[in-house]
Design a protein around this ligand. Structure first.
Ligand code: NIG
Ligand code: FE
Length: 410
């Protein structure tokens, strides 16, 4: 990881800069950065004099893009779920594994059993892996704690690990991910957990500034539309922005609910239809597509990305990095799936991991996911000649590093 600790920095020896707002820059390109913001992007001969004494960083003649933004991840887990993967390969479905106490509950059992240090170190490894693949901003969900104590432990682990890894974390409380084991078996127990989420977990996560957003898994086997609406209303009352795991395994109504609530995004959306797309468009709710999980779960149905893009919806892509449905920390592989399975172009796939992802997280698109005067000094450099090669070299990690400069998060 390269964190350039100087107030003025010049990144030089760039073959090409994909600004993602306007034309790419080619030739002997340099970037001039002051106080964590881009001030100049252009040919060396035009670099303003104020950068004469700046710290210089040699990018080795490579391609530079804005650092990637991964807007949907579950990185605070301590145990791979490779055993249940074997069951899945033998034909047992994701929902069947979940109903046998596997799946999310198995990750929760491991998180609850892990010490704070173990949880934090595992989360750090995961965030470092994402950064090594070009990511500087990561939305990080809890959701494997499923109680006040353990959801807050996960969110604290995320905050610590993000600082150590040099990534900006956007914390999201996903206490409404699954009903914990000890609250199963009766409607009263179910109600108790919903009250714990609405009255304790979300308010405390928000008050401690550990989460800026709340998420809910709206699906049969998880939470109904009614329950999800209730969780979302409680979240909104504590000032949290909203997002929904929606229409992943069935047409569960999550996208429609996200639109109704004015959520920042609805995520997954394999089963979303044209009416859902129209509702999201009208509400300004972004579509976050997670083809890594569609692929890993070997679902036949892929999200209708083309119809979404053609309808003018804001579309983002993300790894959905998690131990159950998408143990994938490589955005370029997700871009490959977007191009080959979702009908997106290579350009659209990169935009969906930068500007589109910024929009899904409510980040200012003038500052995040693009390179222009005033944008944040967070970049990825790549061992390819052109950004269209990122989805093309399937399965490789061609990221030569993420570069951030002092003050980029401030
Ligand atoms: O985004 N769908 C629900 N949540 C995760 C999977 C979580 C897990 O299986 O641990 C997802 O696919
Ligand atoms: Fe997810």
């Amino acid at each position: 990881m390269t964190d350039l600790d100087a107030s003025t920095v010049v990144i030089e020896n760039l073959r090409r800069v994909a600004t993602l707002c306007g034309d790419a820059l080619e030739g002997d390109v340099v970037l001039g950065i002051r106080n964590g913001r881009v001030r100049f992007a252009g040919l060396r001969g035009s670099l303003p004099r104020e950068f004469g004494a700046a710290l210089r960083h040699d990018a080795g003649g490579r391609l530079l893009t804005p650092a990637l933004i991964d807007c949907h991840t579950h990185p605070a887990f301590v145990h791979a779920r490779a055993e249940e993967w074997r069951m899945k390969l033998a034909g047992v479905s994701y929902e069947e594994i979940a109903s046998r106490g596997g799946g999310i509950l198995s990750s929760a059992a491991h998180v609850r059993g892990a010490g704070n240090d173990q949880l934090a170190e595992a989360t750090l490894r995961h965030l470092r892996a994402l950064r090594a693949h070009g990511v500087a901003v990561v939305e990080c969900k809890s959701g494997y704690g499923l109680s006040l104590e353990h959801e807050l432990r996960q969110l604290r682990a995320i905050a610590w690990a993000a600082e150590q890894a040099g990534v900006k974390a956007v914390g999201t409380c996903l206490a409404a991910h699954a009903l914990p084991a000890e609250r199963r078996g009766s409607p009263e127990l179910r109600e108790q957990y919903l009250r714990e989420v609405c009255e304790q977990i979300l308010p405390q996560a928000a008050a401690a500034r550990l989460a800026l957003r709340a998420d809910v898994f709206c699906e049969r086997g998880a939470f109904s539309v009614e329950e999800a609406r209730r969780v979302a209303q409680a979240a909104r009352a504590c000032g949290l922005a909203l997002t929904v795991h929606a229409d992943q395994l069935s047409h569960s109504g999550g996208a429609r609910l996200a639109a109704e609530l004015g959520a920042q995004s609805a995520d997954h959306l394999e089963y979303a239809d044209d009416a859902d797309i129209a509702a999201m468009k009208a509400a300004g709710t972004a579509a976050v597509l997670l083809p890594g999980s569609t692929f890993f779960l070997r679902q036949e149905r892929w999200a209708p990305a083309r119809r979404m893009l053609d309808a003018g919806l804001k579309v983002a892509l993300s790894t959905d990095f998690n131990p159950g449905s998408s143990p994938v920390c490589n955005p370029a592989f997700i871009m490959h799936l977007a191009v080959t399975r979702l009908g997106m172009t290579a350009e659209e796939s990169l935009h969906a991991f930068t500007g589109g992802a910024a929009a899904a997280l409510g980040l200012d698109g003038q500052e995040w996911g693009c390179i222009r005067a005033g944008s944040r000094a967070a970049f990825a450099i790549w061992d390819v000649e052109h950004e269209q090669e990122l989805p093309y070299y399937v399965g490789s990690n061609l990221c030569a590093g993420v570069i951030t400069c002092r003050g980029w998060q401030d």
